[in-house]
Design a protein around this ligand. Structure first.
Ligand code: BGC
Length: 452
């Protein structure tokens, strides 16, 4: 069994790169702006290059993950991550920085779903929730590491942004070397007819279980159904597609990245005088994110996905309402300042035990094997698309609705999310991917999974 943890850990390094490369820009951009004398419009382009790359990377890689295989797709992203890190570190000018950050974005777009996909397909059902969510743990860890690297390098000279970008090459190379030695997903192998190789992998990863029986079960799901984009939109797959897109919406439209972005402002507003303290407090937000993701990993396969979604989204709604109230009151009393800080921490904790890991987990579980790469790429495009949309409209929203109104809107979306999850999201805990697929195919309604 140990081998399965090693495999999941190595593949989850893709998550570390996702977190590091998205987080690192917040510190690096300050130096780049000064060195090249950038206008706000160019700063925006440097910052959003990664997001744009991620949308495009996720959009155009679905067929690649299905045809080329999961492992080889991750190897490719590791090469992209490494080239992007080196390229951006040595960039002579701003257009090169933008191009390299876009390249890294492409890698993030692919890695963000192929890593959970690979881990999900190689894991036994009783620990699948925990293993897939290692990827989210690495995302949160990568964000904290990027904050710390930025923080430490801020004390150096004006070229330090090169180091901030360049250090990303280390996890990229470890991922590359690690993935070369890891086996391909046994489910993908079966879907492509490489039965002997699949049996070898299953014997190594699923000790004590009957590999032939498992291959038989997997084969049953791949026989009649085809494998192209047309299949993705077949009526029996549609409910699962909707769940993926809806969860992508709820993960982003409840404001996670605006909270992460605004944390220092909120802390300064709450009365932590210096810049330095505000940044350290932001590191605190990152650490709570990591710690609560560990709690989620511990709970996911015990209590299931849906109870955590309910508890987490209720916590998010509550903390957003309180945060809105704190912003609504014209002058914060000492106590209320602490309430504002507390609600940001409570919000992050609630996100980390629910929508953070569970979005990526569910989309790695509910799609049919033959089109899993394509369908996950769709849900992932939706996730990055909503991420961009929220980022692009946040400032206008705060102008039109005010900060309290904006946080209350996020709270309302969280409440709608709870209702949606109750009626439409399946409980996948303990089921094999094949059982989930058969249930979807039967047309009985995803929500009834497990009760039929
Ligand atoms: C989300 C990101 C977010 C991160 C924070 C991920 O699951 O997709 O948008 O920044 O969690 O931990």
């Amino acid at each position: 069994m140990l081998i399965i943890y090693v495999i999941a850990f190595v593949a989850a390094l893709a998550g570390l790169l996702f977190g590091y490369d998205t987080g690192v820009i917040s510190g690096a951009i300050l130096f780049i702006k000064d060195q090249f004398n950038l206008t706000s419009a160019v700063v925006e382009r440097v910052v959003s290059a990664v997001l744009l790359g991620a949308v495009i990377g996720a959009a155009f890689s679905g067929a690649m993950a299905d045809k080329l295989g999961r492992r080889r797709s991750i190897v490719l992203t590791a090469i992209l991550f490494a080239s992007g890190a080196i390229g951006s570190a040595f960039s002579p000018n701003v257009p090169t920085i933008i191009a390299c950050r876009f390249l890294i974005g492409l890698a993030i777009g692919v890695a963000s779903y192929v890593a959970p996909l690979y881990i999900s397909e190689i894991s036994p059902p009783d620990v699948r929730g925990a293993l897939v969510s290692l990827n989210q743990l690495m995302i949160t860890f990568g964000i904290v590491v990027s904050y710390l690297v930025d923080y430490m390098l801020t004390m150096g000279g004006e070229q330090e942004w090169r180091w901030m970008f360049g250090l990303g090459v280390i996890p990229a190379i470890i991922l590359l070397i690690g993935m070369i030695f890891l086996p391909e997903s046994p489910r993908w192998l079966v879907s492509r007819g490489f039965i002997d190789r699949a049996r070898e992998v299953l014997k190594r990863t699923n000790k004590g279980k009957d590999a032939d029986k498992e291959i038989e079960n997997i084969s049953k799901t791949v026989t009649e159904k085809g494998c192209c984009w047309k299949e993705v939109f077949q009526p029996w797959v549609r409910p699962a597609l909707l769940v993926g897109i809806a969860l992508a919406f709820f993960q982003q439209a409840t404001g996670i990245n605006t909270i992460i972005y605004y944390a220092p402002t909120i802390f300064e507003f709450a009365g932590f005088g210096s810049h330095k303290v505000a940044i350290l407090a932001t590191v605190g937000v990152g650490v709570v994110n990591v710690l609560m993701t560990i709690v989620a990993i511990w709970l996911l396969d015990k209590v299931g996905r849906k109870p955590l979604l309910y508890i987490g989204m209720a916590g998010m709604a509550l903390s957003l309402v309180v945060l809105g109230v704190a912003f609504y009151l014209p002058s914060l009393s000492n106590l209320l300042k602490w309430i504002a800080v507390g609600s940001v921490l409570f919000y992050i904790a609630s996100f980390a035990i629910s929508l953070g890991p569970i979005f990526w987990l569910i989309i790695a579980e509910i799609y049919p094997l033959k089109i899993r790469g394509r369908a996950m790429s769709l849900a992932t495009v939706a996730n990055w698309g909503f991420n961009m949309l929220v980022a692009a409209t946040f400032l206008t929203l705060t102008e039109k609705l005010g900060r309290p109104g904006t946080f209350w809107l996020f709270a309302l979306i969280s409440v709608i999310g709870i209702i949606y999850c109750y009626f439409c999201v399946p409980e996948t805990k303990g089921h094999t991917l094949e059982q989930i697929e058969e249930h979807l195919y039967s047309g009985k309604g995803l929500r009834k999974l497990g009760s039929s």
